[in-house]
Design a protein. Structure first.
Lengths: 503, 312
């Protein structure tokens, strides 16, 4: 008879607090339950407040993606007020959103994720010493560089939006900022500086060369091509992953959701990935087929979370209620995260989902040939900057060239409802807002981590992180390090899990 | 001996940590090195197994290992019904860990408005409170009579988030033995002895009452758009954000995020007023004199400001 161990473990180096219960038999995970263990009650804090207050309160949900929450809040208000955002308003929203995303990808990869490579668990890995030289927290060469470089790209948000994190420069109808020509040229200096660092240190080649990689085979060829490729951060990740077998770990079920990203200005030279409205198109990818996104198909399932569910067990966010109910280990409830479902299914989100749904050739190929694993999730995060930076540069150039408005006034209405769907650094983020009598009546938020760290639903189907943990080999049940690696490959953020649980 | 520092995140968003990563001179890695800090634990940085962390916590709580500086980010969550289980750590309410560590620390920094005064959630169902204050009232989670091992109250570093230079500057003063003068709400005067308004590039517009009514205009945001710059303490326009700018400079009103009652209960982006004059006047100003002064100032406004020709 095999011994079964049940361990309940909190994980750090995720934003916020995540606790996972693992059932381990013969050194393998047989079941997993993810719990968001902090409840912050944002949706109820917003109730009864002024109609624009979401622009101030919701960025405070998350300290690493506040600009994304701001963007979702502003888009929800755009739709309620029928506000048209002029092209320069869209450009500034996109530039700042991309800067935040690039910051997140860099910091998560090199400070939060790669730090695991320095753990004694890998002491027998042939590249362990190199990993320590690079990623020992606050000391390793790559970690220290990341601290220095990632803050620079955020200076763009300060120039175009006042500060990072937690500004409120996006408003219905655009942005409040009117950047001067010098502000814009300063932004361009910062982007140029960042591109140089990214190309030299992270990729080891020009972005244009990297973008020629369209398949698994191209990737292997690229790695062999030059020592610069092997010695770059991506090259190191590829070499380390191979010996650590990261390609096989943390396998997801391959259903992806993305809210797309970055609304295209009406007139622009920046080329989207084939979608005319969004730079990266939204969609739901399952069984190799991408369907267009319909937000009506999103529900939250309350069967396993600590919320009152006297009504229907699944609710669309417009009719959703957030009333905290039980705590502790009562029956089958175990999380402050509700379980979002699309068309009845759980779905993984994040850079891999976003790029595969949008049709980036390399990520489409990797999703098909390898699937969603620790390796592909992390590689997509490392490589996303190569997709974003050229577009960011293009929009900055257009901002420098044209004098158009970045804000257009709107008629405030006293009643209405609307939603704002954006792609945050960690994936699909939605705000659903109802206004009555000039006040917020309801405000429901589904964060990317709510999707990924979702508990199971009424059909007992596991959420994406839970499902990816099953079959993970665990050497030491007292410190299930391998589970941490799988979890961190999703870059979970539990401060957001708003029901304001930190997801 | 290195100075030991433990950073605990409670009911917050992590924004104070990421704001700390904005530091430029010194940056965070340099700061740890130059101030001779041994970072015992930071949830976003540390690579430490669960067993080691439990051992560390128990060594600190029993006083076996000295704790020089405790930084708390986020409010202390006491709900539901005082149990604290809306925020747990390793199966127990996190507030218990806060209390245990606080009683062993030489110095305690409340980093950000949530840790200082309760902030987001102070009026909500999560029953959030600050470490040593609940909004304007001294007491909070640790109680009015609390002092740290070195006999100091909790040092409050409000702001949503707190500016990186304020955290690093306070650490540097503490560790060099300098005396830190605090105001009535536990904030160091070095950074909170000034108004957010000071150094705003829209000051001349304020002076002559040339006001912004619509987003994106050049003007002062105090009369119509709810700017709290002249009402609240903070160094935003002196030390600047990300070394570059500030909300008020780019046209976002100050929301008063350093104030013990942040977030306010009335709507943002509008100024509460009586017949066009704000209810909340600049800190300490007499209403009668202010009315006379603003009337005259508006009459004296130069054309370049009225036509909004002066840059901001």
């Amino acid at each position: 008879m095999s011994a079964k161990t049940v361990c309940v473990v909190p994980f750090n180096r995720v934003e916020g607090d995540l606790k996972v219960r693992l059932d381990i038999e013969e050194g393998r995970v047989t079941d997993a339950r993810c719990s968001g263990i902090m409840y912050r009650g944002f949706e109820n804090i917003l109730k009864g407040r002024g109609p624009l207050d979401g622009l101030v309160i919701t960025p405070r949900i998350c300290g690493i993606c506040s600009t994304s929450h701001l963007s979702a809040a502003a888009k929800a208000l755009d739709s309620i007020f029928g506000a048209e955002v002029p092209d320069n308003g869209l450009r500034i929203r996109n530039i700042t959103g991309m800067a935040e995303m690039i910051q997140n990808d860099t910091r998560h990869s090199f400070l939060l994720f790669m730090a695991d490579f320095t753990h004694p668990h890998f002491r027998k890995h042939p590249l362990y010493e190199e990993a320590q030289r690079r990623y020992t927290p606050m000391k390793g060469a790559d970690a220290v560089q990341t601290v220095r470089e990632s803050r620079r790209i955020l200076e763009i948000i300060a120039l175009l939006g006042g500060q990072w994190p937690h500004s409120s420069f996006m408003v219905p109808g655009g942005v409040v900022t009117v950047p001067s020509p010098n502000d814009i040229s300063q932004c361009r200096f910062m982007v140029r500086h960042y591109r140089r660092w990214y190309e030299r240190q992270v990729l080891g080649c020009a972005i244009e060369r990297w973008r020629e990689i369209q398949s698994r085979k191209d990737l292997d060829d690229w790695l062999e091509e030059r020592p610069e490729h092997q010695n770059s951060a991506v090259g190191f990740f590829l070499r380390f992953s191979e010996a650590a077998k990261l390609e096989e770990q943390g396998r997801g079920d391959g259903r992806f959701i993305s809210f797309g990203g970055f609304d295209m200005p009406r007139e622009t030279g920046v080329k989207s990935f084939g979608n005319k409205d969004q730079f990266l198109g939204a969609g739901f990818l399952a069984d190799g087929i991408t369907a267009s996104l319909d937000q009506e198909k999103i529900v939250e399932d309350l069967s396993h979370c600590w919320f009152e569910n006297s009504g229907p067990i699944t609710q669309h966010p417009f009719s959703g209620k957030t009333r905290p109910y039980a705590t502790g280990s009562e029956s089958d409830r175990y999380s402050w995260a509700k379980a979002p479902r699309y068309d009845g299914h759980p779905a993984e989100c994040g850079p891999l989902a976003q790029l595969a749904v949008a049709g980036d050739p390399l990520m489409v190929d990797l999703a098909k040939t390898i699937g969603s694993t620790v390796f592909t999730r992390v590689l997509a995060r490392l490589a996303r900057t190569a997709i974003l930076l050229p577009a960011l540069e293009g929009w900055l150039q257009e901002l420098a060239d044209g004098n158009g408005e970045s804000f257009q006034n709107y008629d405030p209405v006293n009643e209405g409802e609307g939603f704002g769907l954006v792609e945050a650094p960690r994936g699909a983020l939605g705000h659903w807002v109802k206004i009555r009598d000039k006040k917020i009546q309801t405000y429901q938020i589904i964060t990317p981590t709510a999707w990924n760290a979702s508990p199971r639903d009424q059909k007992e189907v596991r959420g994406p992180i839970e499902a990816s943990l099953v079959n993970t080999t665990i050497e030491n049940p007292d410190d299930p390090f391998e589970a941490g690696l799988v979890i961190r490959s999703f870059d979970p953020c539990l401060v957001c899990t708003v029901h304001a649980i930190e997801t | 001996m290195k100075h030991t520092l433990y950073w605990l995140q409670c009911g917050g968003c992590g924004g104070d940590t990421w704001s700390l990563f904005n530091a430029r001179s010194p940056d965070l890695a340099e700061c740890i090195d130059l101030l001779d800090i041994e970072l015992l634990w930071h949830p976003s940085i540390s690579v430490m197994g669960l067993t080691e962390l439990r051992d560390l916590n128990s060594a600190l709580i029993t006083g076996k290992k000295p704790l020089n500086i405790l930084c708390i980010e986020g409010s202390v969550i006491r709900g539901p019904a005082g149990t604290g289980m809306f925020d747990e750590a390793d199966g127990r309410p996190k507030k218990d860990l806060v209390a245990a560590l606080a009683h062993q620390a030489d110095y305690i920094l409340a980093v950000g408005t949530c840790a200082s005064y309760g902030g987001i959630g102070a009026d909500g169902e999560i029953e959030a409170t600050g470490l040593h204050f609940h909004k304007w009232k001294q007491g909070g989670f640790l109680g009015e009579s609390f002092s740290s091992k070195k006999g100091l109250p909790v040092i409050n570093l409000p702001g949503c988030p707190c500016h990186c230079d304020v955290v690093i500057g306070t650490l540097s003063m503490l560790l060099s033995g300098a005396e830190i003068e605090l105001n009535a709400f536990g904030m160091p005067l070095e950074w909170y002895g000034m108004m957010v308004h000071q150094g705003c590039t829209r000051n001349e517009y304020h002076e002559y009452r040339v006001e912004e009514k619509q987003f994106g205009e050049k003007g002062c945001m105090f009369f119509y758009l709810g700017c709290h710059g002249p009402l609240v303490n903070g160094p935003c326009n002196k030390i600047l954000w990300n070394g570059r700018s500030s909300k008020t400079r780019v046209g976002v009103p100050c929301f008063g995020c350093t104030r013990p009652d942040f977030p306010q209960q009335y709507p943002f982006f509008e100024t509460r007023n009586i017949e066009g004059i704000p209810i909340d006047l600049p800190d300490g100003v007499s209403r009668a004199h202010y009315l006379a002064y603003k009337g005259m100032a508006a009459a004296a406004a130069p054309k370049r400001l009225k036509k909004r020709k002066t840059g901001i």
